[in-house]
Design a protein around this ligand. Structure first.
Ligand code: CP
Ligand code: NVA
Length: 296
C-alpha cells in the first residue's frame, strides 16, 4: 500500500498503527532490528528537521538502511523525469518516502513504483504528521468525543489532521480567514466520518475545545505571500486570550516549526499545557509503527 493520504489507512488500521506507536514509545527495544535487511529512501525537495531526523532514525532503529536524498543531488523533475527517478529508486528501495512540492508528483511516483510510497509532506497533505498529532492527543485523553479546534490556514497539515481526527471519532472545528478554508473535498471527506464545523470565527472554534492546534500562516513555497498572509491572519493568532476560551485542561499542539509571535505567542507555545515537543517526539514512534504496518 501507499500512504499518500491519511485515509489510505482505514479507520481500524489507523487505530492499530496508533496503538503500535504507543507501545513502541513505551518499549522501543521490542521492535529494534525488526526490519533488518530492508531499505528506506527518504527524499526531501523542501527543508525539514523533524521529518528528516525522525524518519532516518526510525528506519535505522528498526534495522533498515535509510538512504537520505536531497533535491540538489536528485534534480527530481529537472535533472531527470519524475517517472524515471521513481523507476530507478524502485529497483533499490523497499519503501520510497518523499517530501515534495506537488502532490501530483507523489501520485506519479506511486503509479510507477511497486514499493510503497509514503508522503512526507506535499502541498495537499502531511499524513505522517497527523499520525503523531493523533498519538499525542491519545496520550492525553480518549480520542472519541474529544473536540479538536484548528485555527489558521486551511493547508496540508489541516487536511490530514481533520480527516484523521474525524476517522478517530473526534469532533473537528476549523477556523480560517475567508478564502483560506480547507479544500471542500477534504471537508466532505472529514464529514463522511463525523462531526465537522468550518467557520471564520476563531473563538467559535476554540470555545470549550479539548485540543487547540495551529500551523504557520505561510507554508513552504508560499513565501511570496507571507506579507499579505500576516495581515489577513493576524486576528487568528493563538494567544492566551484565545487559548483561555478552550477547556480548562485543553492542550495546545503545533506541528512545528512555529513562527513565535505570528500564529502563536510564546505564552501559548511554552504553556504548561503545550504538548508540541511530545508531538515532535511522536513523529519517531509513529513512523516506526507505519513502517512496520507497510511490511506486514
Ligand atoms: N513538522 C514537520 O514536518 O517538521 P519539519 O518540516 O521540520 O520536518
Ligand atoms: N504547513 C507547513 C507545515 C510544515 C511542517 C508547510 O507546509 O510548510
Amino acid at each position: 500500500m501507499d500512504f499518500l493520504r491519511i485515509d489510505d489507512l482505514k479507520p481500524d488500521q489507523l487505530r492499530a498503527v496508533l496503538a503500535r506507536a504507543e507501545s513502541v514509545r513505551r518499549d522501543p527495544s521490542a521492535v529494534a532490528g525488526r526490519l533488518t535487511g530492508r531499505s528506506v529512501g527518504l527524499f526531501f525537495q523542501k527543508p525539514s528537521t523533524r521529518t528528516r531526523v525522525s524518519t532516518e532514525l526510525a528506519s535505522a532503529q528498526l534495522g533498515a538502511i535509510p538512504v537520505v536524498l536531497g533535491q540538489q543531488e536528485v534534480g527530481f523533475g529537472s535533472r531527470e523525469a519524475v517517472k524515471d527517478v521513481a523507476a530507478v529508486l524502485d529497483r533499490y528501495l523497499d519503501v520510497i518516502a518523499m517530501r515534495v512540492f506537488k502532490h501530483s508528483d507523489l501520485v506519479e511516483v506511486a503509479e510507477q513504483a511497486q514499493a510503497p510510497v509514503v508522503n512526507l509532506l506535499s502541498d495537499v497533505e502531511h499524513p505522517c504528521q497527523a499520525l503523531a498529532d493523533l498519538q499525542t492527543i491519545a496520550e492525553d485523553r480518549p480520542m472519541a468525543g474529544t473536540t479538536l479546534a484548528y485555527v489558521g490556514d486551511g493547508n496540508n497539515v489541516v487536511h490530514s489532521l481533520m480527516v484523521g481526527a474525524a476517522m478517530m471519532e473526534m469532533k473537528v472545528r476549523i477556523a480560517t480567514p475567508v478564502g483560506y478554508e480547507p479544500d471542500p473535498e477534504y471537508v466532505a471527506k472529514a464529514e463522511s466520518f463525523g462531526d465537522v464545523l468550518i467557520t471564520n470565527d476563531a473563538e467559535e472554534a476554540v470555545r470549550g475545545a479539548d485540543v487547540v492546534y495551529t500551523d504557520v500562516w505561510a507554508s513552504m513555497g508560499q513565501e511570496a505571500e507571507a506579507q499579505e498572509r500576516n495581515r489577513v491572519f493576524s486576528p487568528y493568532r493563538v494567544d492566551l486570550a484565545l487559548f483561555d476560551q478552550a477547556g480548562e485542561d485543553a492542550i495546545f499542539l503545533h506541528c512545528l516549526p512555529a513562527h513565535r509571535g505570528s500564529e502563536v505567542t510564546d505564552a501559548v507555545l511554552d504553556h504548561d499545557r503545550s504538548r508540541v515537543f511530545d508531538q515532535a517526539e511522536n513523529r519517531l514512534h509513529t513512523f516506526k509503527a507505519l513502517l512496520l504496518h507497510l511490511f506486514e
